[in-house]
Ligand binder design. Sequence first.
Ligand SMILES: Cc1ncc(COP(=O)(O)O)c(C=O)c1O
Length: 462
Amino acid sequence: MKTIIEPFKIKVVEPIRMTTREERFEYLKAAGYNVFKLRSDDVLIDLLTDSGTSAMSSQQWAGVMRGDEAYAGSPSFFRFEDAVQDIFGFDHVIPTHQGRAAERILFSTVCQPGHVVPNNTHFDTTRANIEASGAKAVDLPVPEGLVPSDPRPFKGNMDVEKLKALISEVGAGAIPLCMLTITNNTGGGQPVSMKNIREVSEVCRGKGIPLYIDACRFAENAYFIKLREEGYQDMDVKEIVQEIFSHADGCTMSAKKDGLANIGGFLATNDERLARREKDLLILTEGYPTYGGMAGRDLEAIAVGLKEVLQEDYLEYRLASVRYLGEHISAEGVPIVQPPGGHAVYIDAAAFLPHVEPSDLPGQSIVVELYVEGGIRGVEVGTVMFGRQDPDTGEEIPAAMELVRLAMPRRVYTQSHVDYLVEVIVAVYRRRNAVGGFRFAYQAPALRHFTAEFEPLYDVGS
Ligand SMILES: Cc1ncc(COP(=O)(O)O)c(C=O)c1O
């Protein structure tokens, strides 16, 4: 059959509520035009993030009931640990309440001022946690990763020559670890090829630099390898995942993505001495090492989710549903990062609103207009999220790309929701010439996109 269907049926439903255009104007104004500050009840289709928003399966809910809440030595932990070790192959598994807690424990253990951490592209919390330790986070994406219209298959790759040059420049001793984010969220949800993972690993191992993988979307990345990279078509996704992680020395993971869970994460390593230091810190801030920051029921949900996410009918549907949205808006002329990513479609805001300067935050305008038009919540991934203010002049230093991310929660929306999305996005695109820019009315010194407030420089919704 040509039609790729949702490989599940629905047992529990959650109503969503349409608001009027007038109501949405009011909600936006009260939120300082920052969609993070909206109440989710006032959002019809919520594409703010794919993180922690998955629908859990009946097996996961059964796991929730099985959860054992013993403080130490819970069987739920051992089921979680077995699932992680079986898939990722690392000796030491440290549970955390979400991905950034794993990042904080890792970086505050291995990084110090003067250190440099390369990555294909750091996610915002990864960068912030590295910088909080006094080290510097350096992005080394391949050049095509910064060209939204370039349709190459592995635009999430790291530029290996730039990695070698960085090591020569700062010295291997200043690089406590190298990271690879799969898929590359900030770079458009684009996958990293096995060839690139292997090459980066060889460079790192040659210099004694541990390679860590930010594993949030490991299954989506592995399925892209199966579909796009020669030699992997006949391999099981799980075997591909195992090969990926055989090239690494550890990983950080937010189970809120490809763990198909609503909360949780972990840090893993093969280095016993390091694991001991990390567990000491874990006890200080997260909890005892057999639960970390999670309840026993969360550990169970993740143990099941990690297995379900590797099912190929699920992955086929997952990538097809994101591609469906990308291809349909693209066919109507909406510029997006090509090819569509694994967990999200990224609108190229700079090409969508070429008349709005990056310093006037074009992505922010599109986010606001999608909410006004149809109650859709996306997120700006451009100058608001990754730019910064020049401390001397107060001018905005723009990000490398101006994107709007429409992240698809896993197993939540159906094809008719996506058809509605297409209609709304295309309607905003058709009236794009009347859309102007925004400026900051308030911004915090770090991770400013979460709490910022904005002022429109045009008549919103016109
Ligand atoms: C690539 C990547 N790394 C790390 C994180 C942080 O994970 P968490 O939100 O669970 O702290 C995220 C979350 O979106 C992510 O996308």
